[in-house]
Write a protein that binds this ligand. Structure first.
Ligand code: SF4
Length: 142
């Protein structure tokens, strides 16, 4: 039986990005993952109740705020809890997550200024999964 892994749904081609598009992986990377893992696509921002398309958000000052200044911290937390719930329910010990996202990013995220600049840190979902011993890799590490 294959091991299970969460994956950011946008990396599989689901149009769940804030812009309404996706971040589909190159075919060879997706095949490599699918050969080894049973993939469980998740989009924490959708699970948190945000619409697609949506105004982009970034982490700052301990919360998450949209580019229009709306506090979406609770929605991001709800989405992270949903991803963790699925990981535990299905027994996933790995998550392949979109780099730099305020939800899915691991190690570096956008810095809260909406300028495209990065800072050290984790997205809300990546942080929660790490706290629960789930290994995170970004798409460049596949
Ligand atoms: Fe992709 Fe994660 Fe953003 Fe959803 S929250 S669009 S899965 S990076």
């Amino acid at each position: 039986m294959k091991k299970k892994a969460l994956i950011s749904a946008c990396l599989m081609g689901v149009n769940c990005k804030y812009s309404g598009g996706n971040n589909l992986l190159p075919a060879e990377k997706l095949k490599k993952l699918m050969d080894e893992y049973e993939l469980i696509p998740v989009c924490p921002e959708c699970y948190g109740g945000l619409t697609t398309p949506r105004v982009p958000s970034e982490r700052r000052d301990g919360g998450v705020y949209s580019k229009l200044g709306v506090d979406v911290t609770a929605e991001f937390a709800k989405g992270a809890e949903a991803a963790l719930y699925l990981a535990k329910l299905l027994g996933a010990e790995l998550a392949v997550l979109k780099e730099n996202s305020p939800s899915c990013g691991s190690g570096t995220i956008y810095d809260g200024t909406f300028s495209g600049s990065l800072t050290a840190g984790d997205g809300v979902t990546a942080e929660l999964l790490k706290e629960n011993e789930i290994l995170i890799i970004g798409e460049s590490q596949i």
